[in-house]
Design a protein around this ligand. Structure first.
Ligand SMILES: *Cc1c(COP(=O)(O)O)cnc(C)c1O
Length: 378
């Protein structure tokens, strides 16, 4: 039996234990300390653009604190890409606000700028108020049309929170994703481009904003000798142990990204002459995806099979694949949320599959996976 091939497994550099041991040896076993500071400065160097980065407990908590800092409250609306993982939208509801979902364009699979502007105009017409923020996503690592999105957001003066949880190290026109908007979020969950076992970060515009974010992340404690609280805070800081893993991961992040991109090239090469199966690749030279998860679409007419049959068949071969994210506007929990839809996300959801792409996926694995996919055709 083929040993199981996973979508994306955590992969250590070997440096992680050194940082963790240092934390134990110096008794910094708390949610702050030298590894947290070191990891934040590694991340700041990585993203550039003079941004400041706050290391937090998760990507979800990073989105939540961005919304808190932007003053999103009950009754407000926040525009969110529909084609995404639920964590992009859930923090909007934590604030008592309403997500307004916007569908994707076909090229990048991310937020459609035209539909975004339609949604903004319509929400203003219907509610008399502007949405409080816009959350575009870098799905599977693919850069969104972020220049067009930023142009619209700036014109309406609505802050952008880029959900770069899957897009760590992806670039648009050479600039790192997560650094275009007012805020950008990263995730270091176990299956992301790099991991801290669980964790995330918020990319902030300046030191003062980062200070506010860390204030909310440590229970909004005011500077008094006793514990005084004038706002509601959260326990969202990253632990010094997790940050030690992060520092180790930063020593091989470039290798990880190159590997995911190499795996993409192999899928493209082996599937290029196959009718009805398309690998999702950079739509223009401006897009530079990290290819966190490589994805294909399978045309049932041309192949005589479909994504679910392929998924089930590959499962019998011990190869892990996954359907694309089910769009938020089709989720039962969000059935009442306003949605601006063009059919793109729904139609992709019906034909797409995520393929193994992580550090442990070899060229031989890719060849085997492609052979097995081709065996499904009729
Ligand atoms: C993983 C993910 C998140 C959430 O990150 P966590 O660290 O798991 O909280 C948010 N958005 C997207 C698109 C993700 O894939």
């Amino acid at each position: 039996m083929q040993e199981r091939i996973y979508l994306c497994l955590a992969h250590m550099s070997g440096q992680e234990m050194k940082f963790i041991k240092e934390a134990f040896d110096t008794n910094w076993v708390v949610p702050l300390g030298p590894n947290v500071n070191g990891f934040e400065s590694d991340l700041e160097q990585f993203v550039g653009q003079d941004k400041k980065v706050a290391a937090l407990a998760s990507g979800t908590s990073a989105i939540h604190l961005a919304l808190v800092q932007l003053g999103v409250k009950a009754g407000d609306e926040v525009i969110c890409q529909s084609f995404t993982f639920a964590a992009s939208a859930n923090p909007v509801v934590y604030q008592g606000a309403t997500p307004v979902f916007v569908d994707s364009e076909r090229d990048s699979w991310n937020m459609d700028p035209n539909l975004l502007e339609d949604a903004i105009k319509d929400r203003i017409a219907k509610t008399g108020r502007k949405p409080k923020a816009i959350i575009p996503v870098y799905l599977y690592g693919m850069p969104a049309q972020i220049d067009a999105i930023m142009e619209i957001a700036n014109r309406y003066e609505i802050p952008v929170i880029e959900d770069a949880a899957e897009g760590f190290g992806s670039r648009f026109k050479g600039q790192v994703c997560g650094t275009f908007g007012h805020f950008g979020i990263m995730s270091f969950n176990g299956n992301k481009m790099i991991t801290t076992s669980g964790g995330g970060a918020l990319i902030c515009p300046d030191e003062e904003t980062k200070r506010r974010i860390l204030f909310y992340a440590t229970q909004a404690r005011e500077p008094f000798p006793y514990y005084q609280h004038e706002q509601i805070g959260y326990n969202y800081r990253m632990s010094n142990i997790c940050a030690g893993i992060g520092r180790g991961q930063m020593t091989i992040v470039d290798e990880h990204i190159r590997h995911h991109q190499h795996v993409c090239q192999r899928y493209v090469e082996l599937l290029k002459d196959v009718e009805g199966i398309d690998v999702h690749v950079n739509p223009t030279p401006d897009h530079d995806s990290n290819y966190w998860l490589n994805t294909i679409t399978i045309d049932p007419e041309k192949t005589g099979t479909d994504y679910e049959s392929v998924r089930q068949y590959l499962e019998t071969k011990n190869i892990e694949t996954r359907p694309l994210w089910k769009p938020m506007h089709l989720q039962p929990v969000y059935k009442d949320a306003p949605a601006y839809v063009n059919g793109t996300a729904e139609s992709l959801f019906q034909v797409g599959l995520c393929l193994p792409s992580g550090p442990y996926v070899t060229d031989e694995h890719v060849a085997l996976i492609v052979d097995e996919i081709l065996a499904c055709r009729r």
